[in-house]
Design a protein around this ligand. Structure first.
Ligand code: MG
Length: 403
């Protein structure tokens, strides 16, 4: 830390949240992003600073055991303790500060639900507090902020360059924050954050640049944003899509040979042509590709596993039946089909007039809206087995989600 080498820092983490705005029974500091509780991310980022020697987490008494279990999961190079907080945030921070055991030069106060504070911001705040006594990270207002009367009338438009949204961590020389919180406690002054208490007590507070990524997780949508920011920061792919509420994608491909004296069935539709596809069932190459995409998405193997061509019951069977069965297998595994997209590779006949009927049949078999099934056909410009009229093929992708 420039100009502040050797200073000893203690941190107080305020984790007073009850989760009411999250519509969740779990207090937000215990919700997970990137597979770890938010509180653990926050504590890890603080403990990664060499100057931090002690962390005190202040939180409601009933959450103390849970928080202790979480922070003990990870071996961190600092002394970490949980203490019961007070009736409001300021009282909780006050209790945290009075429970610091070390002889700290600087006390840093941070919200438990700001897991994305980067090292640069913390270093800036600590350096400025060391030099000036008190420092906070802030972001210059980007929107116009008005002073408004109780009746909704604009009273004044403060100049925007003077307006900053203040974040945490906030840092203070130890004696300054201790005496300010002590006096506020005695005189029952309640500030909106620690820096307002310190200023109320007559001290100068400096603002240093904060970070737009240093968001405070308060609403459900913040969790999604935090998850994405965490993924960018760590380079680890986001958890979304892999967890129980996520999405899965699947791919399917199928080929059948064209032979004489067989009717041509594609997507459950009989198509007038002088040849048909060879196979044990009706050899509906499109339906088979869609089956494989769905089974693939749900991690259920492939069509050969579920409908072996050694089984006489599958002889000449309509592949729409396979699709219906696949849908119920996917359903039983707890997944809901979102959409299917497929491409037929067929030189002849021209398929465009039959595509609406194929979409309808496949959508009905999958119990999907027609809009959830897309089918395309292309020739191969005379190339490959399809182009030479020796066979037909189809490829499909499917997207499913947890029900
Ligand atoms: Mg097949």
């Amino acid at each position: 830390m420039a100009g502040a080498a050797g200073i000893k820092v203690a941190a107080v983490v305020a984790a007073g949240g009850t989760g009411t705005r999250m519509h969740s029974g779990t207090p937000k500091q215990f919700l997970e992003i990137a597979r770890k509780p938010i509180l653990l991310h926050t504590v890890e980022s603080i403990s990664s600073l060499e100057s931090v020697k002690e962390i005190v987490i202040a939180l409601p008494r009933e959450h103390k055991d849970k928080a202790e279990a979480i922070v003990q999961q990870q071996k961190m190079p600092v002394n970490i303790r949980c203490v019961a907080g007070g009736s409001n945030r300021q009282e909780s921070v006050y209790r945290g500060v009075t429970n610091i055991r070390m002889d700290a030069d600087i006390i840093m106060v941070h919200d438990a639900v700001r897991p994305l504070c980067d090292r640069e911001v913390m270093v800036r705040v600590l350096g400025a507090a060391h030099r000036h006594g008190a420092a906070v990270p802030g972001l210059q207002a980007t929107e116009t902020i008005q002073r408004v009367s109780r009746h909704g009338r604009v009273l004044a438009t403060p100049p925007r360059h003077e307006l900053h949204a203040i974040q945490t961590p906030q840092a203070f020389q130890a004696e300054i924050i201790k005496s300010a919180l002590e006096r506020a406690h005695r005189e029952e002054f309640l500030g909106t954050d620690e820096s307002s208490v310190v200023r109320w007590a007559g001290h100068r507070v400096m603002v240093v640049p904060g970070s737009a990524d240093n968001i405070k997780i308060t609403r459900p949508a913040d969790l999604v944003i935090a998850e994405m920011l965490m993924s960018q920061k760590t380079g680890v792919p986001t958890n979304m899509g892999m967890n129980e509420s996520g999405f899965r994608i699947g791919h399917g491909i199928d080929y059948h040979r064209l032979i004489e004296a067989r009717s041509l069935i594609l997507g459950g539709v009989a198509i007038p042509f002088d040849k048909g596809l060879e196979g044990h069932s009706d050899a509906d190459v499109l339906s088979h590709a869609v089956c494989d995409a769905l089974l693939g998405a749900a991690g259920l193997g492939d069509i050969g596993l579920h409908f072996p061509d050694t089984d006489p019951r599958n002889r000449d069977r309509s592949s729409l039946n396979f699709l219906r069965e696949v849908r119920s297998k996917v359903d039983d595994a707890g997944w809901k089909i979102l959409n299917v997209d497929a491409t037929l590779l067929v030189q002849r006949p021209r398929l465009a007039p039959h595509i609406p009927a194929m979409r309808q049949k496949i959508a009905d078999a999958l119990d999907l809206d027609k809009a959830g099934v897309n089918i395309k056909a292309t020739t191969t410009e005379g190339l490959n087995a399809e182009g030479r009229g020796e066979g037909m093929s189809a490829q499909a992708v499917a997207l499913i989600t947890r029900k």
